[in-house]
Design a protein around this ligand. Structure first.
Ligand SMILES: [Zn+2]
Length: 67
């Protein structure tokens, strides 16, 4: 089963905004991303994706710097 996720933060809280002149637009409730580009991945790949996106965003997170 495919799920829609935010390309910026990986959240599944994506809402379809209708009636925009730009066509299909989605909004992420998590980070406020708005755009027509969203990711659609298989549900079983979602956890893997989350790990990847967290690694990317962890430049300012001190929690994993002690290894
Ligand atoms: Zn987001």
């Amino acid at each position: 089963m495919k799920i829609k996720i935010c390309p910026r933060c990986g959240s599944t809280r994506i809402y379809y905004l209708n009636g925009m002149i730009t066509g299909e637009v989605y909004k992420c409730e998590e980070c406020g991303y708005i755009g027509s580009f969203i990711l659609e991945i298989d549900e079983k790949d979602y956890e893997k994706f989350l790990k990847e996106i967290r690694n990317k965003n962890q430049t300012s997170g001190p929690s994993d710097h002690h290894q």
